[in-house]
Design a protein around this ligand. Structure first.
Ligand code: GLP
Length: 263
């Protein structure tokens, strides 16, 4: 696990975008796992900027999303399909067939979740999975007590998650409380995982993720079981980490070795 504490969100965002762009130049048809929420927005802006500057060709990029609300149509402003079209797919000019979402409509949702898993396999698996983290430690919509080996399925959202996301809905608007989400096992199957966390309201979850025991009460702690996971955070999200000084020292050593050109 690598822990990278940045002076601010902007610095972290630039580093994450750079990691994705490097992977894309090596594998233009990479399968990029995407997250929603406010956390990944800076990275999406950087990818769009690279597209506009013409430095990277995104035409073969394939994407899959972590989760989606059940009961919202694709054009509902709060649906994750709408969010992704607005913030990434349309600005990059990605054709719709390049993107995969967990199912939320039509009959046989459970069977459709299995088909989604099969499709991920057929596509060769996820190369990089981007993650944010809920303040209660959820990843995707794997709420506390989710099985650590779960696959894509339907999940009922907790009161905490509903309250965190209530700001996106009008007062009399019905907020969905059911979602389909990649499971924790699905996420852990990605070849590389990049987690971002910004702000003091994420500090507890970040501490549980990196320095707490692995437990389903903090789904994000399951990432300790993955061989290639990188956490990028700002100073406030890092404020409860006991080993902050060590993570900084590791990073400085890494940068030193990189400068000498031998890493
Ligand atoms: C939602 C999404 C998660 C996301 C979380 C954090 O619940 N399902 O994938 O990580 O929100 O949101 P934010 O980035 O806005 O803090």
């Amino acid at each position: 696990m690598r822990v990278i504490i940045c002076k601010d969100r902007e610095t972290a965002t630039a580093l994450v975008a750079q990691e994705i762009l490097i992977e894309m130049t090596q594998k233009p048809d990479m399968l990029l796992g995407l997250a929603t929420g406010s956390t990944p927005l800076g990275v999406y802006k950087k990818l769009v900027q690279a597209h506009r500057e013409g430095t990277v060709n995104f035409s073969r990029l394939r994407t899959c999303n972590l989760d989606e609300y059940v009961g919202l149509s694709a054009d509902h402003p709060q649906s994750y399909r709408h969010f992704m079209r607005q913030n990434l797919f349309d600005p990059l000019g990605l054709p719709p067939e390049n993107s995969l979402f967990p199912p939320t409509e039509g009959p046989g949702l459970e069977a459709q979740c299995e088909t989604f898993e099969d499709k991920l396999q057929e596509m060769g698996g996820i190369d990089i999975q981007l993650l944010g983290v809920g303040s209660n430690g959820h990843i995707g919509f794997n709420e506390p007590t989710s099985s650590l080996v779960s696959r894509t399925r339907l999940k009922t959202l907790t009161e905490k998650t509903l309250a965190d996301n209530a700001r996106f809905y009008a007062q009399n608007e019905k907020q969905p409380d059911l979602a389909s989400t990649m499971g924790i096992g699905t996420i852990l199957s990605a070849r590389c995982i990049i987690v971002q966390a910004f702000g003091a309201h994420k500090a507890k979850a970040v501490h549980a993720a990196i320095e707490g025991p692995v437990m389903s009460l903090w789904p994000v702690s399951s990432l300790q079981m993955h061989p290639k996971v990188v956490f990028y955070m700002d100073e406030s999200a890092a404020e409860l980490l006991n080993m902050r000084a060590y993570y900084r020292q590791v990073r400085e050593n890494e940068e030193d070795i990189q400068k000498r050109g031998s890493l």
